[in-house]
Design a protein around this ligand. Structure first.
Ligand code: GLC
Length: 502
């Protein structure tokens, strides 16, 4: 509430064996005892309402846990009414229906000897894919969503939603031909009956299909998470690389999404989440000399764009990657599986993949929230499920709340500015210095108003000229101590500022 946010997106909290941190749900209508119970959830929703904060649930609809009663039934026989809730192919042991691979490594097919069939799983073996071609399954899902809406949740984040219309025989995972029909049916039967924020997670989103996903007529979702800007820098083995991201490419992608969605769809703005490394470590600089400045710069760049900004927990404190250097410290199934797969196949040495994990593992973002400098960063007085980042003594919420210049208060100010100035929400977007290799700058315009955002993404000084039309403009926010905002100037490393003129 103090930060000024309007909603909290919770990672999955439904009952789950936690094979993939709750993205494997065994009961969609209950809370996992790890986190509490349904009463706690109702209380959270009610307390949120008092503060105008919506609770957004993470809906995992592409797959369930293999411990979900539907799957337990489905496995009993081909005649079982739940059998067709999942995706099966007849076959013989050892001869997979095709060579599709699962996102967490290994084949996408798992043999069930009792049935003489394989089931399809795009993620782990404990996450069997649901069969959206079955109308009974779809109806069960809608009923469950309506049940949560009835409890007063303020929205949903739809996990890997672009993968629900898979067609494994044609090796189609994302963007299957029936995808938008399914989403429209889902939305009409559920979301459109309430006042909700919905955001679809779509690894296969592009600026064309985004116009469907977040069509202004509300027929699908409020917006989608696209991943082009965070996929940039992937190598031959996907994200498992030590290459740094390419700034110019990153900027090109961000600008493309701003320009192409204007007036046609709505952007979601993020630099980090539970699947990505910490944004300050990746796009900024987590060296103590630059951590604070670069975290504020990144926040400036993102918050002044058109779209809905998402702040991943701890980002508002400038939390950094944890850089675990021992495999035993990792908990994430993806990191552990790929370590094994890439080393056993001889494609990478253990030393090299450890370096990749340190930069790219999802666990970098999953260490406990750093509340204060007491044991376990004040997260628990027990033993946390994953180690706390050792830098919690310097980086924690208590310290930042006591420092008026902290990253926390900077985010608070950015969020307040978005609420005060319509131009930040509605203004048109115009990039400046497209080809500059250090600076990301853009202008927003709304009738007579204009806003200039300037960010130096590099650890070097950068030269630029502030456009004449901003002469005499008001500085809304800056992360360093600049007082002159005219003419030719030199930006310091990671410097950022925003000018406003009417
Ligand atoms: C999404 C989630 C990720 C999860 C995967 C499978 O990408 O964000 O954490 O592992 O889907 O559900």
């Amino acid at each position: 509430a103090q930060l000024g946010i309007d909603a909290i997106w919770l990672s999955p909290v439904c009952r789950s064996p936690q094979d993939d941190n709750g993205y494997d749900i065994s009961d969609y209508r209950d809370i996992d005892p790890l986190f509490g119970n349904l009463n706690d959830m109702e209380e959270l929703i009610a307390e949120g309402k008092k503060r105008n904060i919506r609770i957004i649930l993470d809906l995992v609809l592409n797959h369930s846990s293999d411990e979900h009663p539907w799957f337990i039934e489905a496995k009993k026989s081909k005649e079982n009414p739940y059998h067709d809730y999942y995706v099966w192919r007849d076959g013989v042991e050892g001869e997979y229906p095709n060579d599709m691979r699962a996102a967490f490594g290994g084949p996408a097919w798992e043999w069930v000897p009792e049935l003489g069939q394989y089931y399809f799983h795009q993620f782990s073996v404990k996450q069997p894919d649901l069969n959206w071609d079955n109308p009974k399954l779809r109806q069960e899902i809608y009923d469950m969503i309506l049940w949560w809406m009835d409890k007063g949740v303020g929205g949903f984040r739809l996990d890997v939603i672009d993968q629900i219309a898979k067609e494994p025989d044609r090796k189609i995972t994302n963007n299957g031909p029936k995808l938008h029909d399914y989403i429209r049916e889902l939305s009409a039967n559920t979301f459109q009956k309430g006042d909700l924020i919905t955001v679809g997670e779509a690894w296969g989103a592009n600026t064309e299909n985004a116009k469907l996903y977040s069509a202004p007529d509300g027929s699908e979702f409020s917006m989608v998470f696209q991943f082009e800007h965070v996929e940039n820098g992937s190598g031959d083995y996907g994200k498992w690389t030590t290459e740094k991201y390419d700034f110019k490419e990153f900027k090109r992608i961000m600008i493309k999404w701003q320009e192409e969605l204007q007036g046609k769809a709505w952007n979601s703005l993020f630099l980090g989440n539970h699947d990505q490394p910490r944004s300050v470590s990746r796009f900024g600089n987590d060296n103590p000399a630059y951590r604070e400045t670069s975290a504020k710069m990144l926040a400036t760049c993102l918050h002044m764009m058109q779209g809905t900004p998402y702040v991943y927990q701890g980002e508002e404190l400038g939390m950094t990657n944890v850089y675990f250097d021992k495999l035993e410290d990792y908990r994430d199934i993806e990191s552990i599986n790929f370590f094994t797969e890439l080393t056993e196949s001889g494609l990478m040495t253990p030393e090299y993949i450890m370096k990749c994990l340190m930069l790219r593992s999802r666990d970098n973002a999953r260490t406990p929230m750093q509340w204060d400098d007491s044991a376990q960063a004040g997260f628990t007085d027990g033993a946390p499920w994953i180690k706390v980042n050792p830098n919690y003594k310097e980086i924690n919420a208590a310290q930042q709340l006591a420092d008026p210049n902290s990253i926390f208060y900077y985010y608070q100010k950015l969020i307040r500015l978005r609420k005060e100035k319509d131009i930040i929400v509605y203004g048109g977007f115009e990039p400046l210095y497209r080809d500059n290799e250090q600076i990301f700058a853009y202008i927003r315009r709304l009738e007579q108003e204009k806003l200039l955002t300037v960010c130096n993404f590099s650890d070097k000084n950068a030269e630029m000229e502030i456009p004449e039309e901003f002469k005499g403009a008001e500085c809304l926010i800056t992360n360093l101590d600049r007082t002159v905002f005219e003419g030719k100037t030199v930006l310091k490393p990671y410097e950022a500022f925003v000018l406003y003129k009417k």
